[in-house]
Write a protein that binds this ligand. Sequence first.
Ligand SMILES: *[C@@H]1O[C@H](CO)[C@@H](O)[C@H](O)[C@H]1NC(C)=O
Ligand SMILES: *[C@@H]1O[C@H](CO)[C@@H](O)[C@H](O)[C@H]1NC(C)=O
Length: 472
Amino acid sequence: MFLCCWLGLVALIPTTLSTNPGVKVRLTEKGIEYGRQLGMAVIQQKLGSIKIPDFSGTEKVSPIGKVQYSLSNMHIVNVGLPKSSVDLVPGTGVRMSIGDAFISLNGNWRVKYLRIIKDSGSFDLDVNGLSIATTISIKSDETGRPAVSSDSCSATVGSAKVKFHGGASWLYNLFTTFIDKALRNALQKQICPLVADAVSDLNPQLKTLNVLAKVDKYAEIEYSMVSSPTVLKSSIDLSLKGEFYNIGKHQEPPFSPAAFYLPPQNNNMLYIGMSAFTVNSAAFVYNNAGVLSLSITDDMIPKSSSIRLNTKTFGAFIPQIAKQFPGLMMKLLVKTVKTPTLTFEPNNATVQATTTVTAFAIQPNSTLSPLFVLNLEASVSARMFVSEMKLAAAVTLNKMDLTLDKSYVGDFQVGPLENVFQGVLKLVVIPAVNAQLAKGYPLPTIGKMKLMNTQLDVLKDYILIGTDVQFS
Ligand SMILES: *[C@@H]1O[C@H](CO)[C@@H](O)[C@H](O)[C@H]1NC(C)=O
Ligand SMILES: *[C@@H]1O[C@H](CO)[C@@H](O)[C@H](O)[C@H]1NC(C)=O
């Protein structure tokens, strides 16, 4: 009974784990530190916008009696946040602490006493030893984008010092006893709501994550998060779908992402791991769209090459062609017969493509007469690189293998044709593929993000892009 349940459970595991991400993004401590600097600039600006309403009151001051006072036109003149830190709280979020902060403000005072005596002047208030602590949680919103919120916040003001300009000296007691406390409270009350504002101001930025990035008229990439962000001891990890789809109709490929784990690197702010699955889902989309084919005519082969697409050149290897189709130009149609597959091994990205090559003679009236069909298996090495916010690649031919699929001109040996087809691949097909791959495929991006110090490594089953970022 127990064994039966256990086996049943084991059988369930693959389906429950089937949402492996195709792409993983890791924000390291260095990245979080950059975020802290950007965050402090925003908070500083927010605190600079604090508005303290005018206020007035009446206090008894001996021996003068009742004094009516009012403060007006108060505004912040300086905010300093000299000390701050951001710490990760595993499983929860981020704790941000600000210490030794100060705010200076300036305003006008006015008093009235003994019914008729009025006086007025200005004052400066320096608030020191301000500390703020807040916890920020990171979740996935309904669109699969990250969203942050300030969950708890506390703000305390250390000391305040008021300096009055003008007025009689006895007034200073009044001010320091009653007024600076009121001012301190008015300030303190506003700090946490402003910090919460600064945190939620991040969300419009996070909403710019390209959860569906258009590539071209055939394909788009889905970069939505497949689970909530994971806060670890020294990084925040995001799991993104990382899957290419046909635009409009989303069909799943017959393969799914394998689990992969980012190495514990932390020299860069950001690491993006892209699995072989993501690239293979692209191949699946383009193969299904029927665009992995190329029609080759003689004008596409450089003039300097001795390979010419005519029945004379091919007649040298297959005499029947020269005899049956004398003096004609030829055309080749190269087409994938199944989805090409890419494999990532350490320092090695290899694509295996199974294609057919159909050769035609072009009749004077433009009719195409089929000559033969070859199976061409090609293995190419890919060099991948990051250009702007895109992943691009260039391939070179490793090896190819030719076999005869069908002949319309009688039997012949394909071996002697190897050099010709290798030349066609190198001179026409690979440059055409590379022109396409050079256009690049969008990486996950947020806002106006620029990459710097970027490097790319090919590891087992995925590529790792390490980069610093800069937001303009
Ligand atoms: C890369 O890997 C492929 C197989 O996946 C292999 O055929 C090829 O020789 C390797 N290339 C290098 C340079 O190691
Ligand atoms: C074109 O020329 C070929 C060879 O001469 C002939 O077999 C074919 O019927 C012609 N096709 C048309 C549409 O005229």
